[in-house]
Write a protein that binds this ligand. Structure first.
Ligand code: MN
Ligand code: MN
Length: 349
């Protein structure tokens, strides 16, 4: 079922006539949609495009920040804080290794599943649960370096019986649905209802649990708020709302657990996000908590990247990131934001 943006092949960012013409021209000339042609930096100076650039900066910061957190954290995944301390002191370099024996800059299932989801959204022209499920199947069959148990079980279920969700399950409160939801947050950036609806369907493909739902929605909403320029204070309101609904998520005082249980994961990410003032300090603090360090690092990188923008991510981390992954993230960010503009245009018309 397609909920939004299904076939609205409209051009993005057509705020002014000049832009619309540019986009039409690009389309007619090349015969395909160049999602970014209408928003090339400096294309129309002094217009709404400068706002678009800032928004892109933060959206790209979120996605690249996510991958950087994954690549940095993977080295210390499943270690305890004291094991990390004894081995690395403060772990702060993207050096690969870890239990997956990664190359420096290599990412894991967290970023791979996000990219699979993002591509399915782009190829379908909007959210389609079956397209996302198929993309996860293709990913699972690609012999990924790592697969979470709940993710594997959910994808296997879809392969076996074609269902897009299992029944509610006590064991489904891991962070696997939450970790890969960023592309959906970007593609629905202008439509909160579509975001909430699609997010629950996305999560339930593998994780059907109220705590997974709550965390995935809350972290997604915070990221969206930040990308739209809402600031960290507004994020705090969203965090308080989550705790109001499920007091289990309370993160002050910090409970000092950073496992893949979505509650621990969200607590670790939120605790450090709100008490640090840079991308580097936020992500470093989180990954040094160990346990599910790559996933927690990725989620911290998503929030911090959305807050501080891509320019806030240390260059020496970005440089280390797998170049092909970096390129795919840049391409997807543009295409997903373009879809978000289509949703807005559709609703507004
Ligand atoms: Mn991982
Ligand atoms: Mn992990």
């Amino acid at each position: 079922m397609v909920y939004w943006g299904a076939s609205a092949h409209r051009f993005p960012f057509t705020h002014c006539k000049q832009n619309a013409q540019r986009a039409d021209f690009a389309y007619a000339k090349k015969g395909f949609i160049d999602p970014w042609s209408a928003v090339a930096p400096g294309a129309v100076k002094g217009t709404i495009l400068s706002l678009g650039d800032e928004l892109y900066e933060r959206a790209l910061g979120a996605y690249l920040g996510f991958a950087v957190g994954d690549a940095l954290g993977a080295t210390v995944e499943f270690m305890t804080p004291s094991e990390i301390q004894n081995t690395y002191g403060m772990h702060r370099d993207i050096i690969g290794g870890g239990w997956l024996k990664l190359k420096p800059g290599q990412i894991t299932d967290d970023t791979q599943m996000s990219l699979a989801l993002g591509q399915s959204i782009i190829d379908s022209g909007g959210w389609q649960a079956t397209a996302a499920a198929d993309a996860f199947v293709t990913w699972l069959r690609s012999k990924p370096v790592d697969v979470g148990n709940t993710c594997r079980r959910g994808i296997q279920r879809y392969i076996t019986d074609g269902t897009l969700a299992g029944p509610m399950n006590e064991g489904d409160a891991g962070n696997g649905a939450c970790m890969r939801n960023l592309p959906l947050a970007l593609a629905t950036l202008n439509d909160d209802e579509a975001f909430a609806h699609a997010t629950l369907e996305q999560g339930h493909l593998t994780h059907h649990h109220p705590l997974s739902d709550a965390a995935t929605l809350a972290l997604g909403r915070m990221t969206r708020t930040l990308i739209r320029g809402g600031g960290i204070k507004e994020c705090r309101t969203e965090a308080n709302r989550l705790i109001g609904e499920f007091p289990l998520f309370r993160f002050e005082p910090y409970p000092k657990r950073a496992s893949g249980y979505v509650v621990n994961s969200a607590q670790t990410v939120l605790y450090y996000f709100f008490r640090t003032d840079s991308f580097e300090s936020c992500v470093t603090e989180v990954v040094n908590c160990g346990e599910d360090a790559d996933t927690n690092g990725a989620l911290a990188g998503m929030l911090a990247g959305a807050a501080y923008g891509v320019s806030g991510i240390p260059g020496y981390w970005l440089k280390k990131l797998d170049k092909k992954i970096k390129f795919r993230i840049e391409e997807q960010t543009k295409a997903l934001l373009t879809l978000a503009q289509n949703v807005k245009a559709k609703r507004g018309s």
